[in-house]
Design a protein around this ligand. Structure first.
Ligand SMILES: [Mn+2]
Length: 315
């Protein structure tokens, strides 16, 4: 597998630590400032060069920029503008050889937690979700509207993704609940996601295997991974405890998933895809507002992942 990490577009201590851990590939969060135009190749080149000058090769864009994606998912009056912008990203990515976009179809409400300070081992803190503590927003969307908006998006973008060889890797909904208030959610089960990536057949349409989402859904993670097979374009390596209405993150070695087993499975079925650690605990001295993405938690998680990758590749 390709060991990658999640990088914000501006160099930081996290960049240094990842490089020092031996990470050579980047999952890039694009700038979300007014001076960055996703349709402008020169703007991309500036960001790209920042990485390559540090010995890091960008391989995935995550997420699809929210300024576009929010309109696409909601299906509002800026949807067509947003889809045109998303399509304009593809030839630029092709030229830079960034071959994968991680996208999701959570409208109005993204990945959501009700706490960032749940206790984990030794006083570390993790994020968690408990439906009884969730305060719904005023937004409204039905499952039928979501499927319509999703289909509309695929029909528009897939021919361009195929032309430029850019893979669209669908991330499951987190939490995987059918409704948060009056906001419906559709990417909440293996069956729904399988439908979503096969309803319009394309070699450029597959999944981001965010394995804990499937575990929380109640799926058998290995079975789901094997069923997706070569439709896995990207792996989020993450561990958790719980069920859709109440769950918590854990240290990567301290949750309900057999992590060593899953790395062996991925090396067998999708050995060439990028993998990154996801949702690390907050360790002592760190600000829990950076929930899931603290530098110290990442150090441990990346080291653990590197060890498992080495094990899986040692005969
Ligand atoms: Mn994820």
């Amino acid at each position: 597998m390709i060991l990658a990490d999640y990088f914000y577009p501006d160099p930081s201590l996290g960049w240094d630590l990842a490089v020092q851990c031996g990470v050579e590939h980047a999952v890039v969060r694009l700038p979300e400032t007014a001076d960055f135009d996703v349709a402008n190749a020169a703007h991309w080149q500036t960001v790209y060069d920042r990485f390559t000058s540090r010995g890091i090769t960008p391989v995935v864009v995550e997420p699809m920029p929210n300024a576009l994606h929010d309109h696409i998912k909601a299906g509002d009056d800026k949807r067509d503008w947003a889809i045109e912008k998303a399509i304009a990203m593809l030839p630029i990515m092709e030229r830079l050889n960034i071959r994968t976009i991680c996208f999701n179809f959570m409208a109005h409400v993204g990945w959501t937690r009700t706490s960032k300070t749940l206790p984990e081992r030794g006083g570390a803190m993790v994020t968690g979700f408990d439906l009884k503590d969730y305060t719904p927003s005023d937004a409204v969307i039905t499952a039928e509207q979501l499927w319509d908006n999703y289909t509309y998006f695929l029909k528009a973008i897939l021919p361009h993704a195929e032309k430029h060889g850019i893979k669209l890797a669908l991330h499951p909904d987190d939490p995987p609940l059918p409704k948060l208030g009056n906001v419906s959610r559709i990417m909440i089960s293996f069956e729904n996601i399988k439908k979503a990536i096969t309803m319009i057949p394309s070699p450029m349409l597959g999944v981001t295997m965010c394995q804990s989402c499937y575990k929380i859904m109640g799926e058998d993670v290995e079975k789901a991974a094997r069923a997706f097979g070569d439709k896995i374009f990207f792996v989020h390596f993450r561990n958790t405890e719980g069920c859709p209405v109440k769950f918590r993150e854990t240290f990567h070695d301290n949750g309900s998933i057999d992590m060593a087993r899953m790395i062996r499975v991925y090396e067998e079925i999708c050995p060439d895809v990028p993998v990154r650690v996801d949702h690390v605990p907050t360790l002592n001295g760190e600000n829990p507002l950076a929930a899931g993405y603290g530098d110290l938690g990442k150090l441990f998680a990346i080291g653990y992942l590197k060890g498992l990758l080495q094990m899986a590749n040692t005969k």
